[in-house]
Write a protein that binds this ligand. Structure first.
Ligand code: GSH
Length: 215
């Protein structure tokens, strides 16, 4: 298999697919397309049916979109979704909500792994998105931890970039979910991704947000 990824520093959808693939312990190569450069469009057209990363190639098959990749791997490797059907349905609901939602959070708090943590100004819509994420996490973690569904699952891959964003932008969250953010940041695979992000030379100006002025 080959996984086509964007920049480790900025590409949150790439991180999700990569985490699932690594947790699945399937053998795969990586092909990296640095995004938002003069040559990115040609590379995306050549490798990515939707002109977006990530894409998983398995022989002649191409699976595009992080959620489709997660499902493809979960069909091959047991244990990536919770075992019990009601919990699996809940995990899928969380992933679908992440995949389709939180537009203000995604726009205003872009993933930027190597940014020195500091707050930024955010809109009320962004705050509402963060509150909803925290509400989701809190409900799950009250039922069972330390991951959202007890054991690590695809749902945790989908929320790993959100935990990174909360850290990057020094967003304080309620005590019940703080340990989950710490757990995500301490995950060896997330650490590996962040180390790779730190070594990348590219800068995407649109994803670099200046720190808010102290009042
Ligand atoms: N729904 C897609 C979203 C993929 C996506 O937006 N990828 C971004 C990088 S994180 C991308 O390829 N952007 C390049 C571009 O828009 O030119 C998924 O879940 O895989």
């Amino acid at each position: 298999m080959r996984l086509i990824l964007g920049n480790c520093n900025y590409s949150s959808w790439s991180l999700r697919a990569w985490l699932v693939a690594r947790r699945a312990r399937v053998a795969f190569e990586e092909y990296r397309i640095p995004l938002y450069r003069a040559d990115s469009g040609a590379a995306l057209r050549a490798h990515c049916p939707a002109r977006k990363v990530p894409v998983l190639e398995d022989g002649s098959l191409r699976v595009w979109d992080s959620l489709a990749i997660a499902e493809y791997l979960a069909e091959r490797v047991p244990g990536l979704w919770p075992q019990a059907a009601p919990r699996r349905a809940a995990a899928r609901s969380l992933c679908a909500e992440m995949h389709a939602g939180f537009p203000a959070l995604r726009a205003e708090l872009p993933m930027n792994c190597r940014r020195r943590p500091a707050p930024v100004e955010v809109s009320a819509a962004c705050r509402a998105d963060v509150d909803r994420v925290v509400e989701l996490w809190d409900a799950r973690l009250r039922e069972r931890g330390p991951w959202l569904f007890g054991e690590w699952s695809i749902a945790d891959a989908f929320f790993a970039p959100v935990a990174l964003r909360l850290h990057t932008y020094a967003v304080t969250v309620r005590d019940t979910v703080e340990p989950y953010v710490v757990r995500q940041l301490g995950d060896p695979l997330v650490e590996e991704w962040r180390e790779r992000a730190a070594d990348e030379p590219e800068i995407i100006p649109g994803a670099e947000r200046p720190a808010a002025l102290a009042h």
